[in-house]
Design a protein around this ligand. Sequence first.
Ligand code: MN
Length: 148
Amino acid sequence: MIKILIAEDNAVNRELLCELLKLRGYTVSEACDGEEALRMVEQSQPDILLLDIGMPLLDGFAVVRQIRENPRWASLPVVAVTAYAMQGDRERILDSKFDGYLSKPVNARALAEELERLLGKREDRCVPPNQPHEGQTSGKTQAAGNGK
Ligand code: MN
């Protein structure tokens, strides 16, 4: 079961994200500000954090910085969710310690693709690569070696 934590101060946006994720079968927990986001990371132990940038108490940049300072959470995938459309903000997000970026209003397909990308990365680390098939001969025929 995949657990996703939504940290977002806007109730409408939070509800929308929550519905989209539940429809896809994810378990969802929620936080309404930056401090609650940090508490909920500990409490709900999410597989992925969707983190709004503009939030009371601590903004998304401060939250992701604190998460990265904790060895337990240093590798938690964190996706920035933001309406900031300015070029500089997008670059600032990508330069920060986020693993991904979604712009608001969040598009259901973009959300699904981002989650699959991050979860796929995680599964790559657990599943060994396919072994080559033993004993398989090459497809070459020996037409040249008939030597009549
Ligand atoms: Mn916000």
